[in-house]
Write a protein that binds this ligand. Structure first.
Ligand code: ADP
Ligand code: MG
Length: 640
């Protein structure tokens, strides 16, 4: 007698159901997909005991006639594809004809459905894969399916279900994905008679606001990138808006929620180091692509997909993210949530600064420190380029009106040109207009600083008056941003600038540090490190360091860079060049607590606004905070 036998269909279905129906959430997902495929514009989901006792999905879609309703529960019964070629252009969410069969084999199902043209609807009851009843019923147009007692006939599976709270969380997440993907459809979700989600149809922005809130919407910037036969659009979060988990990252492909480590990585990389360790910017991105170029039939739950040309979509996401961030380089706003105006563009702040800061309109090229051979010294606060006096004198002049207007002095200072040369900078303290201007002192506490409207507070922040209010700059992160961009630029050059040390430093490293130095030696060299390695002893000789290394820091910078590199690596960053640049910038920059002179402050701000992203540091922290006069007035209850 043959030992191999054909399994009865009901048993085969039960086995297959394991792939499709894992938990109550799977039922919600499959049924809502069917409703969307049926063209529903309104979908109501209700569950009891987190879906373990009941899942009900009611839609106002096309419905089925009696014949279709009966066979819809057969395995491989589908109206969505007919021939093999159809698999190449799938535009529906379902196509495998498995869901209803699978669900009906592990639960008790009741289906009511009516097409618009039929007077009476159809009722079908199925249990354990067996059709128990087919009959006529009066019902609304569309389809309502009730699924009771999931896994009632498979106790082993039932045992594996998690707590109601956990199972319900999965359902909410799935509903949230549908709701984000289809703002044109209205969704409700209730749990044991409590309405948990209520999303009326509307625009994408309406939908985001109703699922999250207005503040979340304000934290997003639009994304649009078009490639060869592909368009990606949606929103990505501002870097400083990053969350502690990936929960708010969504990718939709042709209207289907997908997961893709590769594509997520592309977006992640697009942020460079704009986000902090362990934080994840939210994004909601829709990839629209010719269906022939993707295979959604990789897995029964269709969460994973295969592209014919993955790298071009990867590049599109990466570039698109970079561009979106650069184009919407907004000031972190101090305004209240009620104020929807958000930040202001870099351009406009820059324009305001041109007026507000003496010497702002100086040539683009900034002085760099000449390669020095200084042995370690203890000088502080000289880490970035001090403006040379001559350069200062080339600066823009501030007219009477702007001075008065910006710095509130009201004296109407006329600025005689001859007074500006030599000592550099602008200052005013004389009693007559002609004597208003004289060279500025180097000391940060010079009273002239007040006239310029720029102060260092707590050796940490630079406070400055700008036309529209005040601006506060975090000196450390500002410098970090400057050095980061400069490091990346240096690395692109054939001959990196390096300061040779008069006394080369001999360092003994740990084996892991030594291994890391070896690994990133090319990047270190391109940044300006001149290092010799001795493998046998784990010793390195540092003969030169990048120009931006501050005096006194030459010995420590390499070790600090390695530590920082590891920190960043733990977040999952992989681009070595970028990692080296960011690590260097973080550790070589001036710190909170470093005292700055006025020219140093002015220079720092000037260089900051010459960077591509003056508002966010490489870790995603804000660099600049602006408080508008209007906001101050509002807080003080001033009406004018
Ligand atoms: P698939 O969605 O892969 O086609 P299903 O088992 O989920 O397979 O559904 C089988 C068929 O039942 C569908 O192809 C569709 O014709 C019909 N159907 C299921 N749900 C609905 C619904 N809510 N409204 C109208 N037709 C439906
Ligand atoms: Mg389906």
């Amino acid at each position: 007698m043959a030992r191999i036998r054909q399994l009865p269909e009901s048993l085969a279905n039960k086995i297959a159901a394991g792939e499709v129906v894992q938990r109550p959430e799977s039922i919600v997902k499959e049924l809502v997909e069917n409703s969307l495929d049926a063209g529903a514009t309104s979908i109501a989901v209700a569950v009891r005991a987190a879906g373990k006792a009941l899942v009900m999905v009611a839609d106002n879609g096309g419905g089925m006639d009696e014949e279709d309703a009966r066979i819809s529960f057969n395995r491989h019964a589908t109206s969505k594809i007919a021939a093999a070629e159809d698999l190449d252009r799938i535009l529906t969410l379902g196509f495998r004809g498995e869901a209803l069969a699978a669900i009906a084999s592990v639960a008790q199902v009741e289906l009511r459905t009516r097409r618009a043209e039929d007077e009476l609807g159809t009722l079908v009851r199925v249990e354990n894969g067996m059709v128990l009843e087919v009959g006529r019923t009066a019902c609304e147009r569309g389809t309502t399916i009730l699924v009771r007692n999931l896994f009632f006939s498979v106790p082993a599976r039932r045992k594996f279900l998690k707590s109601n709270a956990t199972e319900f969380k999965h359902i909410v997440e799935t509903m949230q994905r549908f709701a984000l993907c289809r703002p044109d459809v209205s969704f409700t979700l209730s749990d044991d008679d409590t309405l948990v989600l209520n999303a009326p149809a509307g625009t994408m922005e309406d939908r985001i606001r109703s699922l999250y809130n207005a503040e979340f919407m304000n934290g997003l910037i639009p994304f649009d990138a078009v490639g060869d036969g592909v368009r990606v659009h949606g929103y990505i979060g501002r870097p400083n808006f990053a969350r502690r988990s990936r929960g708010d990252q969504f990718l939709f492909l042709n209207g289907r929620s997908i997961t893709s480590r590769l594509l997520s990585h592309a977006v992640y990389l697009g942020y460079e180091h704009l986000t902090d360790a362990g934080s994840y910017p939210p994004y909601i991105l829709f990839i629209d692509i010719d269906p022939e170029r993707v295979d959604v039939n990789v897995h029964p739950t269709k969460q994973e997909v295969k592209f014919d040309d993955e790298s071009s979509i990867y590049d599109l996401l990466l570039e698109g993210t970079r561009r979106a961030l650069a184009a919407h380089n907004l000031t972190p706003s101090m305004t209240m949530p009620s104020n929807t105006s958000g930040g202001e563009s870099a351009e406009s702040v820059l324009a305001a600064l041109r007026f507000a800061l003496p010497g702002y309109d100086r040539p683009e090229t900034l002085p760099t420190r000449p390669p020095s051979s200084t042995p370690p010294s203890t000088e502080r606060g000289a880490g970035y380029d001090r403006p040379a006096p001559q350069q200062r004198s080339a600066g823009g002049l501030i007219g009477r009106d702007t001075l008065a207007q910006l710095f509130g002095g009201g004296q109407g200072a006329e600025v005689p040109e001859e007074n500006v040369g030599g000592g550099g900078g602008l200052a005013g303290s004389g009693e007559t207009i002609e004597q208003e201007v004289r060279p500025v002192g180097q000391g940060a506490e010079s009273p002239e600083a007040e006239r310029h409207g720029i102060w260092q507070v707590h050796n940490k922040y630079i406070l400055s008056q700008i036309r529209s209010g005040v601006m506060i700059v975090d000196q450390h992160v500002a410098h970090e941003r400057i050095l980061y961009e400069r490091a990346l630029a240096t690395m692109k050059q054939a001959m990196p600038m390096s300061q040779q040390l008069l006394f080369p430093l001999d360092l003994k490293l740990s084996p892991t540090d030594f291994a890391l130095v070896r690994e990133i030696a090319p990047q270190l060299a391109s940044l300006g490190f001149d290092i010799a390695l001795d493998r046998g002893t784990d010793r390195v000789t540092v003969m030169g360091v990048p120009n931006d290394v501050r005096p006194g820091q030459e010995g420590a910078i390499l070790n600090e860079l390695l530590d920082q590199y590891r920190d960043y690596q733990q977040v999952g960053a992989t681009d070595q060049q970028d990692l080296v640049a960011a690590s260097f910038a973080c550790r070589a920059s001036i710190k909170a607590g470093d005292r700055l002179s006025e020219p140093e402050m002015l220079n720092l701000i000037e260089q900051l606004f010459a960077t591509s992203m003056p508002y966010v540091c490489p870790h995603g922290r804000p660099i600049v905070i602006r408080i508008d006069l209007a906001e101050l007035d509002r807080r003080f209850g001033r009406t004018s």
